[in-house]
Design a protein around this ligand. Structure first.
Ligand SMILES: NC(=O)c1ccc[n+]([C@@H]2O[C@H](COP(=O)([O-])OP(=O)(O)OC[C@H]3O[C@@H](n4cnc5c(N)ncnc54)[C@H](OP(=O)(O)O)[C@@H]3O)[C@@H](O)[C@H]2O)c1
Length: 249
């Protein structure tokens, strides 16, 4: 069991990559807190993990709000005594050209994907510093490293997240805290439902990956597990591509 007796807070844990990560971490022995704005998907994940004998709680909240992030950290610690792992997975996506994007959509994208992750990190850092250990995994994207039409806000948020990973890895290495990113290619999750309904775009995106297909949430969860666990004990500041070869071309 690679996460035995660890406590993990996973944002966006009710659906897609976050839900797969929560289930995998619980299977590997972690006590898990899943968070998100909607209660119903969180309840489903909690029920599935409990049915499999795992330890899990859910906290509803918005990562764009500092108070909610503090509450997520506080309630996880209240439930399980500490936080060993933070997975900053909550995210929102938009493909909107720069000349068309509104201030509101720009701010929402950066506020969730980049500032939201930063708020959670700030909320868990005091506990990790006090215990002298911790592992933070940020879920970024290939679109933080490669250009795509319409991805100004999303790509900038994910590139910013990867740079936050590097800076914080350096800043907290001597406190026993590792910080890494997983950068997925396109994955079958609710985020991409509309893309899959658009046959031409879907085919073009599949072919853009040298492996010729989208990834699965579980494939990304396994990359997150690797970085979160002691398997990656000497890895910090890394951006791990889990992208079917997208960034290799
Ligand atoms: N799918 C892909 O192709 C792909 C590729 C690269 C990177 N990623 C990244 O992977 C992560 C997970 O996405 P996914 O593909 O699994 O899609 P998803 O199923 O839509 O998951 C996104 C999760 O984030 C939560 N969330 C969104 N905004 C939030 C907010 N303001 N506060 C709290 N929670 C919020 C959502 O829950 P609520 O709506 O209930 O709040 C949802 O559970 C994201 O960071 C995404 O950018 C995905």
């Amino acid at each position: 069991m690679r996460m035995k007796d660890r406590v993990a807070l996973i944002t966006g844990g009710g659906t897609g990559i976050g839900a797969a990560t929560a289930r995998l971490f619980a299977e590997e022995g972690a006590a898990v807190c899943v968070t998100g704005r909607r209660k119903a998907p969180l309840d489903e994940v909690v029920a599935a993990i409990k049915a499999a004998g795992g330890r899990v709680v859910a906290v509803s909240g918005d990562v764009a709000k500092t108070e909610d992030c503090r509450r997520m950290a506080k309630e996880t610690t209240a439930a399980f005594g500490r936080i060993d792992v933070l997975v900053n997975n909550a995210g929102t996506s938009t493909l909107t050209r720069a000349d068309e994007i509104s201030d509101e959509l720009w701010d929402e994208t950066i506020g969730t994907n980049l500032s939201g992750a930063f708020r959670l990190i700030r909320a868990v850092l005091p506990g990790m510093i006090a215990q002298g250990s911790g592992s933070i995994v940020n879920v970024s994207s290939v679109l933080g490293q490669t250009g795509m039409k319409g991805a100004a806000a999303y790509g900038a948020s994910k590139a910013g997240l990867d740079q936050l990973t590097r800076v914080l890895a350096v800043e907290y290495a001597d406190r026993g805290i590792r910080v890494n990113s997983v950068a997925p290619g396109w994955v079958h999750t609710p985020m991409n439902r509309s893309v899959r309904d658009h046959t031409t775009l879907y085919d073009r995106l599949k072919k853009r990956h040298p492996m010729g297909r989208f990834g699965t949430p579980d494939e990304i969860a396994r990359a997150i597990l690797h970085l979160a666990s002691d398997e990656a004990a000497w890895t910090t500041g890394a951006v791990l591509s889990a992208d079917g070869g997208w960034t290799a071309t």
